[in-house]
Design a protein around this ligand. Structure first.
Ligand code: DHE
Length: 543
């Protein structure tokens, strides 16, 4: 497994303080080297769901004292088989071997090392301007249809592949952060902003003949979200990155990534008022109607509406409206039209609808276990009008809710349909207005066939039209079919077959009318593909 960056490992070198008190029983002894290896694995596979201090979020608390009575054998069994609520079977998926599972079982029975912090000065020092703005093109230099590029995350290579969506040729491979997580597009589509799990932000210019990384910075040590300023008049002025660790977000210059402002997210939990030290930033989305980002502070159950319109005025950089929403906030997206933003609170199995024009909560909707929308899906239902939908990590269904309070107030923010899926473990759903189909994956399923499965429903006949299929060749490569993205025209959709590093990954391409597989993208360079972001669709919030 690729080594973690030095700054995350140094905490073992410098000695650690412990977040939890000493256990009454003796923790299994581990050498510094084993602690280092286990820390890497925890950071890569566990920290996202169980939190950097193991206090839980999407997954339950797994501090040494909550696990002490269960013991090493039990922990190892769960690491091997997973749990139906969304915990992957790392052993059965071939991602952890026996020695690594034994190591992790021992590590989890040790106290939690306290992770390091980052100062604004250190963040500023990490900034690297590769191509000054004056040296960049003023019009696209490529003859390719760059608005139909797909930026494909090559997770474990720490790279983004830029693929021409018309010819399906690889245009270039770009080095980015470690275990890169997502891409976002500026609203003019010209730039991709990339964020790695190691917190590194990369700005990719698509107007050069071959796309290039033009700036980098590292505002976080662990991150999942990045977004630009999208309101007319502010396009490309700013980029924001939210951290899983340390608990803060950073606003950067949109064209150079120079860090401009750091804001701590250490806050108080909604409801109890308990202080939340490890308040992680989950989804961030930019409004196109207001100079605002919607920033979700996971463990606090708070959605912060961050107004960046005064960033250039001395002494008044940001205005933040804090809404108490629900625990623990994860991912979410826009209801078509860009007024209402929906975020999943996956500890409480709720969807929270924010009216971003009013800065209020428009609705809170109870749904089944572990809603995981990605950015969700929008379409017009024949019976209920405009709807927004999510899948679930922890239950075998999709939830569809009414999303048109003006035209169909009787259905707004109410569950209008639930569709059965064959497996739990869904991560993403997607649709496009030019395709009749809604598509769902189930890469986190613990059923042997689940991770290779895709399902589709006709949007005009949801109750009777489900079609599910196993993707040929995926099981042989231990690949999980993950994340769906349409091309600009909505005539085809792409799904990643995400195989381990030593196996052959591929991207399966389907006809968006007939669901027939029409092509595959393969190659030695296609290492662990996960998310795919079509320029036009990402810039214009088409989902
Ligand atoms: Fe993600 C989106 C967090 C695991 C691929 N993921 C997001 C977002 C968050 C998040 C907060 C929303 C970002 C935004 O909108 O600003 N993801 C986490 C985790 O905490 C978690 C559960 C565990 C972890 O350790 O990271 C996790 N995510 C995964 C994966 O295992 C995936 C499949 C592959 C990977 O990178 O490890 C994965 N996450 C994605 C993708 C998106 C995403 C492709 C964007 C979806 C979209 O269409 O917008």
């Amino acid at each position: 497994m690729k080594r973690l960056l030095v700054s995350l490992v140094f905490l073992f070198t410098f000695g650690v303080t412990h977040v939890n008190a000493q256990p009454s029983n003796t923790p299994p002894p581990l050498s510094a080297e084993q602690m280092d290896e286990a820390f890497d694995i925890y950071f890569n596979l566990c920290s996202g769901c169980h939190g950097p201090t193991r206090l839980g979020a999407t997954g339950p608390e797994i501090t040494w004292d909550t696990l002490a009575l269960k013991g090493e054998a039990y922990i190892k069994a769960i690491l091997f088989s997973g749990l139906p609520g969304g915990m992957p079977g790392w052993g059965s998926l071939g991602i952890l071997n026996n020695d690594q599972m034994a190591l992790m079982a021992a590590y989890l029975l040790n106290p939690v090392p306290e992770p390091p912090l980052l100062s604004f000065e250190e963040i500023h020092d990490s900034w690297k301007l590769i191509t000054p703005v004056a040296d960049r093109p003023t019009a696209p230099l490529t003859d390719r249809n760059w608005e139909n590029y797909f930026g494909v995350i090559l997770r474990d290579a720490g790279q983004v592949a830029i693929i021409d969506g018309d010819s399906r040729e690889l245009v270039t491979l770009l080095d980015t952060g470690f275990a890169i997580h997502i891409l976002r597009s500026s609203s003019d589509g010209r730039y991709y902003q990339a964020v790695g799990r190691d917190g590194k932000a990369s700005l990719i210019d698509l107007w050069t003949e071959i796309p290039e990384v033009v700036a980098e910075a590292r505002p976080c040590l662990d991150a999942r979200s990045i977004e630009s300023s999208k309101m007319e008049g502010y396009v490309n002025d700013y980029v924001i990155e939210g951290c899983y660790w340390p608990p803060h977000f950073v606003v950067m210059d949109g064209l150079t990534l120079e860090p401009l402002k750091i804001v701590s997210t250490v806050t108080y939990e909604k409801g109890t008022g308990a202080r939340v030290e490890a308040a992680r930033v989950a989804a961030i989305l930019a409004s196109e109607h207001k100079p605002e980002w919607i920033v979700n502070v996971k463990e606090a159950g708070q959605t912060w509406i961050v107004d960046y319109s005064r960033m250039d005025l001395e002494g008044q950089p940001l205005t933040i409206t804090i809404l108490d929403t629900e625990l623990y906030l994860h991912d979410g997206g826009w209801v078509k039209g860009g007024r209402y933003f929906v975020v999943a609170a996956n500890n409480e199995n709720k969807l929270v609808v924010i009216d971003t024009w009013e800065g209020t909560i428009a609705g809170i909707v109870d749904v089944s276990a572990l809603p995981h929308p990605g950015r969700g899906a929008n379409w017009v239902d024949p019976d209920f009008g405009p709807v927004w939908a999510t899948g679930h990590l922890g239950s075998a269904r999709l939830t569809i809710m009414g999303a048109d309070p003006e035209g169909h107030p009787e259905f707004a923010w109410k569950v209008v349909r639930e569709l059965e899926t064959p497996y739990t473990g869904n991560l993403f759903i997607k649709t496009h207005e030019n395709s009749p189909w809604l598509i769902a994956d189930s890469p986190m399923s613990i059923h042997p066939e689940g991770p290779n499965n895709l399902c589709a429903w006709r949007k005009d006949d949801l109750e009777n039209s489900r079609q599910c299929w196993q993707v040929e060749g995926a099981a042989e490569q231990h690949a999980r079919m993950v994340h769906i993205e349409f091309n600009k025209e909505g005539t085809e959709f792409w799904v990643s077959a995400w195989a381990p590093m030593n196996m052959q990954s591929f991207i399966a391409i389907y006809d968006a009318q007939t669901l027939e597989e029409i092509d595959r993208i393969e190659g030695d360079w296609l290492v662990t593909p996960t998310g795919k972001f079509n320029v036009y669709n990402t810039a214009n919030d088409v989902y």
